[in-house]
Design a protein around this ligand. Structure first.
Ligand code: FMN
Length: 313
C-alpha cells in the first residue's frame, strides 16, 4: 500500500487514508475513533453556509471538534460565493484549518437548490466559489463527483475549474449523481482527474477493504483514498491500511463510542442518536437482528451496554 503524506497548502497530513464527510455519522466521536485507528484526515459532515450565517443551533452542534484532530476540516455546502466566504469568516468556522466544499451531494433537497452535485453543471460558478472562499486565507479543498448523469462525465473540466479557483486538494467520488452510492467506482474518470490535476487527488468510492484501496490507487494513480461506508462499519480499516496489527473488541469499541458521545449529549439523546451507528457496528454479527430490535427500544445507555455485555459474552 502506497502510504504517503499529503500537502494541503502549508499543512501536511500524517498519511493519505482519509475518513469521508458523512451526514449523520462523521461527528467528533466517529472522527476521534478513526483518528485513533490511524486515519490521516477526517471531515465534519456537510454544513449549510446559510445555516451558519443564520446562527442555526443545530449547525453549531455539527461543528463540534476533538483535540485529537491535528488538522481540523469542516465541509460546507452552498452556491453563493459571498455567503460561503462570509460563513468561513464567521466564528463557527474560525477554529477549522481546512474548509472542504461539497460538489457531490446528490440529495434532491440540496440538488434542487442548485447546491452540492448541481454545481457540477456549472463549473464557472464552482470556480468563483472556490476563488471567493480562498480569499479567507484558509486552504480550500473540494469533494466532487464525476458528473450528474452516467456517461456524461465532467471530471476533467470540473477539476480544471476548481483548481483554477484555488482548490488545494480534490477528492473525486468516482460515481455520477444518478448512481447515488451504487456500483463500482469509475476508475478511468478518477485517473483522468489525476492526469489534469496539479494538486493532490484523493479517490473515493467503494473502498471496504485494504485490497479495494490498493486497486483504487493502482488503477487511478490517485495520491490517497477516502473511505465512507467502509469506515462506519469497520473504523479499524485505517489500521489495516497502515499495516498495523490490531485486535478489535467490538464491545469495548461500542462502549467507548457511547462514552465519547456522553461527554457532549445527555444519556437519552445518546441512546437514540447512536442507534444507526450501532446497527452498522453489529452488521454481520450472528443473530444480531433480534438484538437490534431490542436495543432500539432502550432509551438509556446503561440498558444498551448491559444487553451488549450479554450478547458479546
Ligand atoms: C449516510 C451518508 C452520508 C453522507 N454525507 C456526506 C456529506 O455530508 N458530505 C459529502 O461530501 N459526502 C457525503 N456522503 C458521501 C460519502 O462521503 C462518499 O462520497 C460516498 O459514500 C462514497 O464512498 P463509499 O463508497 O466509501 O461509501 C455521504 C454518504 C452516506 C452513505
Amino acid at each position: 500500500m502506497l502510504q504517503k503524506k499529503i500537502k494541503i497548502g502549508n499543512l501536511t497530513t500524517e498519511n493519505n487514508f482519509f475518513l469521508a464527510p458523512l451526514a449523520g455519522f462523521s461527528d467528533f466521536a466517529m472522527r476521534e475513533i478513526c483518528l485513533e485507528y490511524g486515519a490521516g484526515l477526517t471531515f465534519t459532515e456537510m454544513v449549510s453556509c446559510k445555516g451558519i450565517l443564520y446562527d442555526n443551533e443545530n449547525t453549531k452542534d455539527l461543528l463540534c471538534t476533538s483535540p485529537r484532530e491535528k488538522i481540523k476540516c469542516a465541509q460546507i455546502f452552498g452556491n453563493d460565493p459571498e455567503i460561503m466566504r462570509r460563513a468561513i469568516e464567521s466564528e463557527y468556522l474560525s477554529g477549522f484549518d481546512v474548509i472542504d466544499i461539497n460538489f457531490g451531494c446528490p440529495m434532491p433537497k440540496i440538488y434542487n437548490n442548485g447546491e452540492g452535485s448541481a454545481l457540477l453543471a456549472n463549473p464557472s460558478l464552482a470556480e468563483k466559489i472556490v476563488y471567493e472562499c480562498s480569499k479567507t486565507g484558509k486552504p480550500i479543498t473540494c469533494k466532487m463527483r464525476i458528473g450528474i448523469t452516467d456517461g456524461k462525465f465532467v471530471t476533467e473540466d470540473f477539476v480544471k475549474a476548481i483548481q483554477n479557483g484555488g482548490a488545494k486538494m480534490i477528492t473525486v467520488h468516482g460515481r455520477t449523481r444518478d448512481k447515488i452510492y451504487a456500483g463500482e467506482p469509475n476508475y478511468g474518470e478518477i485517473a483522468k482527474a489525476k492526469k489534469v490535476a496539479s494538486v493532490p487527488i484523493i479517490a473515493n468510492g467503494g473502498i471496504f477493504t485494504k485490497q479495494d484501496a490498493e486497486v483504487m490507487i493502482k488503477r487511478t494513480g490517485a495520491d490517497g483514498v477516502m473511505i465512507a461506508r467502509g469506515a462506519l462499519e469497520r473504523p479499524w480499516i485505517f489500521a489495516e491500511l497502515l499495516g498495523n496489527n490490531i485486535s478489535v473488541d467490538k464491545k469495548i469499541l461500542i462502549n467507548g463510542h457511547i462514552d465519547r458521545l456522553l461527554t457532549k449529549y445527555d444519556d437519552k439523546t445518546v441512546a437514540i442518536i447512536f442507534r444507526k451507528q450501532l446497527c452498522l457496528y453489529l452488521k454481520g454479527e450472528k443473530n444480531s437482528a433480534e438484538l437490534k430490535q431490542k436495543l432500539f427500544t432502550y432509551k438509556d445507555t446503561a440498558s444498551i451496554k448491559n444487553e451488549l455485555e450479554r450478547f458479546f459474552k
